[in-house]
Design a protein around this ligand. Structure first.
Ligand SMILES: C[S@@+](CC[C@H](N)C(=O)[O-])C[C@H]1O[C@@H](n2cnc3c(N)ncnc32)[C@H](O)[C@@H]1O
Length: 360
């Protein structure tokens, strides 16, 4: 009896401490001057090491690899791209080979030598698959790409390093590093051209989840929670790969940013993007959808657009949530997206503002 009373007392005390700790943490994080003293920010090297560890663990499992392999538009795109742009006799680096599928496409196309790099444990299975499929001329290298050195420069860098936010798997830094150290001057990167989109969207009513302080549920009003907005960046994003989620773009979709990995320099990416869309689908704005297109030729592209029925389904599109606002036809949505670090979406901040149509 006494023991069970003690147990209840100690669990109530622990719950109280946990709640107090979480509240104090949130209070500190909301104070930009105080937060770095209590939660010192990590150095770039520490962040990089932590991301490498996360990435190697994530892709070391069958689960993620099979989702990518079963993505038909993705695999058709890469198969066609290798068929067109890897030539017999080429020397190729497959950056992040996973199960070795792109290396296999290149070897079967007649590449003289393929270096298949991966830093995760999946490489053991890639070796097993290559033996099983009698794959010739592929050298598997269990290394992070930044540690890889080739005896001679190569003709082609093959890669699939695109994250849901395009930049969040280190694509730009990793590919540019290999390009500068390992690729011949007249070499090719497959894929090298990218379009990044940040399109104002409306979510279908049945799938829409407003911020909690915007809700009134059968007359029960949540507006008083507005001053308790969460500090966690992920709260302000919504992830889906379901084509039934987005009803429409408010304007005509256009790339917010386009670049070519053959010529891009890392510090050339702007730290902020501004775009304007004239509203052609009037009504509510719920946020901005982040997605991308990778292009190999003008007629060979891979899309993760939420409104493209041929999209590569394993990529999620990310919606940067905005508070409800309404637009008339002819109004303009002005979007500002700040990205101090493109590879770290938690650093992104955005706002959408309405510019009414000029009176007729
Ligand atoms: C998105 S998967 C692509 C796998 C494979 N290329 C395919 O198309 O199915 C990325 C792979 O790259 C590996 N990876 C990511 N960054 C790497 C890096 N910098 N060096 C070596 N491997 C890397 C991951 O472990 C993962 O297996």
């Amino acid at each position: 009896m006494f023991l069970s009373f003690l147990r209840r007392l100690s669990s109530a005390a622990c719950a109280l401490l946990r709640r107090g700790g979480a509240r104090t943490g949130a209070w500190i994080r909301a104070r930009p001057r105080l937060a770095p003293w209590v939660y010192p920010t990590k150095t770039d090297a520490e962040n990089d090491a932590a991301y490498r560890e996360f990435n190697a663990g994530y892709f070391g499992q069958f689960g993620e690899q099979e989702r990518m392999l079963a993505d038909r538009p993705r695999m058709a795109f890469y198969h066609a791209a290798v068929g067109r742009h890897v030539h017999p006799g080429d020397r190729v680096v497959d950056l992040g080979t996973g199960t070795g599928i792109l290396a296999a496409f290149a070897a079967r196309r007649g590449a003289a030598q393929v270096y298949a790099l991966d830093h995760s444990d999946i490489l053991e299975h890639a070796r097993r698959l290559a033996r099983h499929n009698a794959l010739p001329r592929v050298e598997f290298v269990a290394q992070h790409s930044r540690d890889f050195a080739a005896a001679e420069r190569v003709d082609v860098i093959l890669h699939e390093q695109m994250g849901d936010f395009l930049f969040d798997e280190g694509m730009v830094a990793n590919v540019l590093d290999l390009r500068d150290r390992v690729l011949k001057r007249d070499g090719r990167i497959i894929p090298s051209r990218f379009e990044f989109f940040c399109e104002p969207v409306r979510i279908r009513d049945a799938r829409r989840v407003p911020f909690i302080w915007e809700l009134k549920v059968h007359g029960y009003d949540y507006s008083c929670l507005e001053k308790h907005r969460p500090q966690e960046p992920h709260y302000y994003r919504f992830n889906s790969s379901d084509l039934a989620v987005v009803e429409c773009f408010l304007g005509a979709a256009e790339p917010a940013l386009a670049f070519d990995l053959m010529t891009l320099e890392a510090d050339e990416l702007p730290r902020e993007l501004r775009l304007s869309r004239t509203v052609i689908h009037p009504g509510r704005l719920d946020g901005c959808a982040i997605f991308f297109r990778a292009l190999v030729d003008d007629d060979l592209a891979l899309s993760s657009s939420p409104l493209d029925p041929g999209r590569a389904p394993h990529w999620g599109f990310r919606i940067l949530r905005c508070e409800e606002s309404h637009y008339a036809a002819g109004d303009t949505v002005d979007v500002l997206l700040r990205a101090p670090d493109w590879s770290e979406p938690d650093t992104w901040r955005w706002e959408c503002t309405r510019r009414p149509a000029a009176p007729a």
